[in-house]
Design a protein around this ligand. Structure first.
Ligand SMILES: [Zn+2]
Length: 271
């Protein structure tokens, strides 16, 4: 992996007048040449068709498969690249709200590649992957529908709240200009895939519980976990029995290797 973007600029500079289009093309070409599938480590394939949601994919096989976005095989991993010339804040723009929720429900939402580049140095500074399974309804916030004066009146977008993603779901590939070890990235990715299995409701609970545990010390107790009861009840108003649900989620997280039980009511983080 080479973090230098300058030769990509030289390649495409003549073809793009708009600075934002140029930057998009440069970072897209860089990602295509330098990033890899975090599940299997192979090079990524770029979608040839222009889809607004998917930029890259991997079929985890050396055979090149021909697929169209409408008929995705189950084992395909999809990625959406978001690149910008400043650090990411605590949210990124999603697309239209309802299609976003539908794609989360159907398990079709891509993982995100958040790429921050330094415009003066022509270098990639940070690349963070947001694992698709860690994006749940707690991370999606609907925006106000566009006003009646707007060209697309009534259209409703959404934002993805990055600070609602559990820490394990944010996997650094490049951090402050340092390239992280590929084997470690793949290990983290596959660890998260195992932990966040299930439909959107199940994943929602697991991810919310993980985010609560993120705020606890390495060793914690059941009463520490109960401190989040009100917060979790707000996120899941349909559930009337939040405490039993917390205990159940701790068992799920133990079975999937995220925490261990030390003795009754005492837990320890593994990941
Ligand atoms: Zn792969």
């Amino acid at each position: 992996m080479d973090l230098d973007l300058s030769h990509y600029y030289k390649q495409v500079m003549a073809s793009y007048k708009s600075p934002s289009q140029l930057a998009r093309k440069v970072t897209e070409k860089w990602a295509s040449d330098n990033l890899y599938c975090p599940k299997c480590g192979r090079s990524l394939n770029q979608w040839s068709t222009n889809t607004p949601v998917y930029d890259f994919y991997c079929g985890h096989s050396d055979e090149r498969i021909i697929i169209v976005p409408e008929h995705l095989p189950n084992n395909i991993e999809n990625f959406q690249l978001k690149s910008q010339k400043h650090q990411f804040s605590n949210y990124v723009l999603g697309g239209a709200y309802r299609p976003m929720v539908a794609s989360l429900n159907a398990g079709r939402h891509p993982s995100l590649m958040l790429l921050y580049y330094h415009q003066q140095k022509f270098e990639v500074e940070d690349v963070t992957l947001i694992h698709r399974l860690s994006i749940t309804l707690s991370c999606i916030k609907a925006r106000k529908p566009l006003s009646s004066q707007a060209r697309r009146r009534g259209w409703q977008g959404c934002v993805i709240l990055l600070d609602q993603i559990p820490a394990a779901g944010r996997i650094e590939v490049v951090e402050n200009g340092n390239i992280l070890e590929k084997a470690a990235v793949i290990k983290s990715w596959n660890g998260v895939t195992k932990i966040l299995q299930g439909d959107l409701t199940q994943r929602g609970w697991i991810a919310d519980m993980m985010r609560c545990i993120d705020r606890l010390p390495a060793n914690f107790t059941l009463s520490d976990a109960y401190e989040f009861e009100t917060e979790l009840a707000k996120l899941h108003p349909e559930n009337m029995h939040v405490r039993p649900k917390i205990r159940q989620q701790l068992q799920v997280l133990r079975d999937r290797g995220y925490i261990r039980f030390i003795k009754p009511g005492r837990y320890q983080k593994i990941i």
